[in-house]
Design a protein around this ligand. Structure first.
Ligand code: CMC
Length: 427
């Protein structure tokens, strides 16, 4: 028998269906709540609200589980490529060899960016944050690549263009910001190696591709590829629900990701650790500040809305910090500070009681620094990684039979009706 939930309100009992996911999470389907009772729900930050049913990513925040299309993140980080992971998220299954080859050819064919777009880049003031530039440029893609007649072709080509071009555009923005010559994509290089080459190759110092560095970047991107209904993904779905084009929806996702509480945390962590290093601040002082309710400071790279245990992505990226630094035979004082900070925080009552553990951003910046990326590119790298997830979520929402334009309600707490006062009578 179908299970239901009953709500008693003003002496009347109302029955609502219970929805159960494949992994056993349960929700009350309140679609008819207002119609039946006149009530709405109030849930700031949507901590208790399921905005959709989705078959893309599963997270269990209590157990520290993350799976894309059912496959554990640990297996993907160990064995898959970022391209395969992107295909998996967007198409719902892993590609066979023929499909993967075809996908690679398409990504290569679409990797160039319209030359006129370079003029746009040159018009941004020097020192502009690359996230603002990327968001504007992705939105501008619609003007350069107008809508196609067939809907299926339009979606397929837009998806491929985005995956191929965002990587080129990100590298281009870096080169132009430094006043250096733009490096074009090369057909002989795979997805991540090609990006590294566009970022770091120069006429005076050819870039030597190191397979471990390529793999570290691939792992970073795989770990960031999707994370169900987070802030930026919800922005993509919300903006997309107005049936806007995919470029505009992704541009909204990039803007949402920029914030320091979301994707911008990887940059904020490195800035925090650098300050500790340069000013010789005792690590314990950061923990004390994070606990002080009068101080707005938060320990960047700690805490998560869903994970109430160690973020499984943080475990993997921490391992890569050590692997990469060992391989490059370099040491990073920020890694030592991060490890000391983690050790102190994990034993501290405040962090234990609030279930605050390191999240993916706590260690990812150290891997990106070791590869040679400047700090202000970190969130752009997160955006490239999250792109397949945004696309998959957008596609799923477009095909959702339950789709409706996203339009939450509110509880109004402002002034009750009052009269307009002419200007001359106002105090
Ligand atoms: N440092 C100090 N206190 C914290 C922190 C932190 N990093 N995170 C949460 N708290 C406290 C918070 O003040 C609250 O205390 P109280 O109940 O006394 O007011 C309690 O812990 C519960 O936290 P919350 O604010 O209700 O948690 P949330 O789910 O609303 O926010 C978060 C999640 C990630 C925004 C938050 O933990 C945070 O600001 N962390 C630092 C920024 C960061 O690392 N962000 C990256 C997240 S992972 C990558 C991504 O998904 O983008």
């Amino acid at each position: 028998m179908e299970e239901t939930v009953q709500i008693v309100y003003q002496g009347k009992t109302y029955t609502f269906p219970l929805v159960e996911g494949t992994e056993g999470e349960r929700a009350i389907d309140i679609r008819r709540l207002r119609q039946k009772t006149g009530l709405i729900t109030l849930d700031p930050g949507y901590a208790n609200t399921g905005s959709c049913q989705s078959a893309i990513t599963f997270m269990d925040g209590e157990k520290g589980i993350l799976r894309y299309r059912g496959i554990p993140i640990e297996q993907l980080a160990e064995r898959a490529s970022f391209k395969e992971t992107s295909y998996l998220l967007i198409n719902g299954r892993l590609p066979n060899q023929k499909e993967l080859n075809r996908f690679s050819v398409l990504l290569n064919d679409h990797s160039l960016v319209h030359e006129d777009m370079r003029l746009f880049y040159q018009s941004f003031p020097r020192g502009s944050h690359p996230m603002g530039i990327l968001s504007a440029m992705v939105n501008a893609l619609r003007s350069f690549y107008p809508e196609l007649q067939s809907l299926e072709e339009e979606i397929n080509i837009t998806v491929t263009r985005l995956l191929a071009k965002v990587r080129t555009m990100a590298a281009m923005s870096y080169k132009i910001s430094r006043g250096h010559k733009v490096v074009y994509p090369r057909p002989d290089l795979a997805y991540s190696a090609n990006f590294l080459n566009m970022m770091f190759d120069s006429p005076v110092r050819p870039y030597v591709i190191d397979e471990d560095v390529v793999r570290a970047l691939e792992v970073f991107w795989i770990l960031h590829a999707d994370h169900e209904q987070n802030c930026s993904t919800s922005a993509v779905r919300m903006v997309g629900s107005g049936r806007v084009n995919l470029y505009a929806a992704i541009s909204a996702g990039i803007s949402a990701l920029w914030g320091p509480l979301h994707g911008g945390a990887n940059q904020a962590v490195i800035e925090m650790l650098t300050e500790v290093h340069e000013k010789g601040i005792p690590v314990r002082r950061l923990v004390e500040r994070a606990k002080d309710k009068k101080d707005p400071f938060r320990l960047m790279g700690f805490g998560h809305r869903v994970y109430k245990t160690y973020d499984p992505r943080a475990r993997i990226i921490k391992k890569w910090c050590h692997l990469l630094l060992d391989k490059l035979r370099s040491a990073d004082p920020l890694l030592d500070i991060a490890m000391e900070l983690e050790e102190i925080a994990l034993k501290d009552d405040y962090f234990i009681e609030n279930n605050l553990y390191p999240n993916v951003d706590f260690y990812s910046g150290i891997v990106l620094r070791a590869i040679g990326f400047p700090t202000n590119m970190f969130t752009v790298l997160f955006a490239i990684g999250r792109l397949p997830g945004w696309i998959a979520q957008w596609k799923e929402s477009m095909d959702d039979p339950d789709w409706r334009i996203a339009r939450p309600r509110q509880i109004y707490v402002g002034q009750r009706q009052c009269d307009y006062i002419p200007l001359e009578e106002r105090k």
